[in-house]
Design a binder for this molecule. Structure first.
Ligand SMILES: Nc1nc2c(c(=O)[nH]1)N[C@H]1C(S)=C(S)[C@@H](COP(=O)(O)OP(=O)(O)OC[C@H]3O[C@@H](n4cnc5c(N)ncnc54)[C@H](O)[C@@H]3O)O[C@H]1N2
Ligand code: MOO
Length: 461
């Protein structure tokens, strides 16, 4: 973090302050660090029994990962990345990022003795002789007061030396001779904010791992910062597959509108990513391979092509580029063909199924924990609400069902089929329905949709 005028040297020091891994460690949710999934050697290269090597895939394809474990695997894959360097960003770009160095005060706050009220600075007991010229905020240091003297002062102005108190304007009156009298008892030091009352220069104001909120931006500015040192925003690239997709107009001749190209970038931003590109690849395996190979994003998100149809190119391309499958199918409906692969040392690919609600399911199951961990955001506290109506379960898999929150209940929505967005577009959250279903009145875990809790403006900055 930098003070004005010292940006370059301070930035150089800052990168030594703390590694992103350490920042991540501070916000790590131990409860989610399940060790039950077998060994994690820290390289993230242990896909576990659920993700067969690509060569063995065909026979094993349907050994899908249980939904909770898939989420843990995605979070752990992000944690096992090589160390990333914290970055120094201007305050205006820091909202929603996480501090990678403590916010230490660069100044005393207040940085001088200041008046807390509009009124008069007075010295000694009244009545006082009032000086002609007053003191305003932002002015140079005023002349000291002598005993029995007062000067008009504004809130935030510097207190003249030897002031004993500030008399509020509503508690003073001047007589015919121009002398100032108080109408209340006035205490020594009253309405003076002494220098350093909030902090001394060097005090730690906020620790590493703090989410930069609007209030944090305000505090950082007050404490003298122009930039803050943060965990970099993960970069995501979206590759939209499918020759059948139109980008405008009405569906016709078997062609349909692309629903994911418009939906995913803003959703990924809501999950803390910077979307560096959205590319339309069609059903062209070579183009997909080129795009994957060239991408420098932290996360590539593909849509469609995850199943085993004639133009489902995601698996073959992953195999060709030597990617390592960490999750190949998840026991969740909709969305079970979703996948997670490590494409390069510092890069992952989440393959979302083409059916739009299945894609949402993949986004929240795999991309959300991965991005959250890369950005060093803490895991949201899990919470449950009773369902107002029973939700039918899948015999073996978890189901994610769009719900609205009404009072202290979650109400399942219709139009929740894999190809439908009508339910999710009206929803506040997704209910997690375990195999076998959830009875009416029974508690279900809920995954909030980002805008339902934070508001559109907050989450899409
Ligand atoms: N033999 C099997 N076939 C399928 C299985 C299976 O297990 N065995 N799984 C089904 C399930 S479940 C899903 S989900 C889909 C996943 O398929 P893909 O990821 O390969 O997706 P596509 O085939 O490319 O598309 C599926 C569907 O979604 C439409 N789509 C694709 N992209 C978009 C988009 N950007 N916007 C709107 N709609 C999109 C596409 O036109 C198809 O209708 O596979 C099943 N098949
Ligand atoms: O996984 Mo698919 O989403 O059931 O349609």
């Amino acid at each position: 973090m930098t003070a004005p005028g010292t940006r370059a040297e301070a930035a150089a020091e800052d990168t030594d302050d703390l590694d992103v891994e350490e920042a991540l460690a501070l916000v790590r949710d131990a409860r989610r660090e399940s060790r039950e999934d077998g060994p994690d050697d820290g390289t993230g290269r242990a896909p576990g029994p659920d993700a067969p090597a690509l060569g063995e895939r065909s026979a094993e394809r349907h050994r899908a990962t249980p939904w909770p474990r898939a989420r843990e695997t995605a979070a752990r894959a992000a944690r096992s990345r090589a160390r990333r360097t914290p970055v120094s960003v201007p305050l205006g770009d820091a909202l929603g990022l996480v501090l990678a160095a403590p916010l230490d005060a660069l100044t005393d706050l207040p940085s001088f003795d200041t008046s807390a009220m509009d009124g008069w600075a007075v010295a000694g007991p009244g009545p006082w002789q009032v000086r002609e010229e007053g003191v305003l905020a932002g002015h140079a240091q005023p002349e000291p007061l002598t005993d029995g003297e007062a000067v008009r002062i504004a809130t935030g102005a510097r207190i003249p030396a030897d002031t004993t108190a500030v008399l509020r304007s509503e508690h003073g009156r001047t007589d015919a001779q121009g002398r100032l009298h108080t109408t209340r008892e006035i205490l020594h030091g009253q309405d003076i904010r002494p220098r350093g009352q909030e902090c001394r220069s060097g005090d730690q104001l906020l620790p590493v791992g703090t989410l930069v909120t609007p209030a944090v931006l305000g505090l950082a500015a007050a404490a003298g910062y122009d930039t803050v040192t943060v965990v970099p925003r993960p970069r995501a690239e979206v590759l939209v597959l499918g020759d059948e997709l139109l980008t405008e107009g009405l569906p016709h001749d078997g062609l349909i509108r692309d629903a994911l190209g418009p939906m995913l970038p803003s959703w990924l931003r809501a999950l803390g990513a910077e979307v560096v590109a959205v590319r339309r690849i069609g059903d062209d395996a070579k183009a997909l391979q080129r795009a994957v190979t060239r991408s420098e994003a932290d996360l590539i998100v593909t849509t469609g092509g995850t199943a085993s149809g004639p133009v489902d190119h995601v698996h073959p391309v992953l195999e060709r580029v030597g990617a390592e499958l960490l999750v190949d199918g998840v026991k969740v409906r909709p969305g079970h063909p979703m996948l997670l692969a490590r494409t390069k040392d510092h890069q992952h690919l989440v393959g979302l199924p083409g059916n739009p609600l299945a894609a949402v399911s993949g986004l929240l199951t795999l991309a959300e924990p991965l991005l959250r961990t890369l950005a060093a955001h803490p895991a949201p506290e899990p919470y449950t609400l009773p369902l107002r109506e029973a939700a039918q379960g899948h015999p073996h898999d978890t189901r994610l069902i769009p719900v609205v929150l009404r009072g202290d209940h979650a109400v399942p929505l219709h139009y929740n089929g894999p190809a439908m967005l009508r339910g999710i577009a009206a929803a506040d959250a997704l209910a997690v329905v375990p195999p076998g279903g959830t009875r009416q009145g029974e508690e279900a875990e809920l995954l909030d949709l980002p805008w339902a809790t934070a508001g559109i403006g907050v989450c899409f900055t």
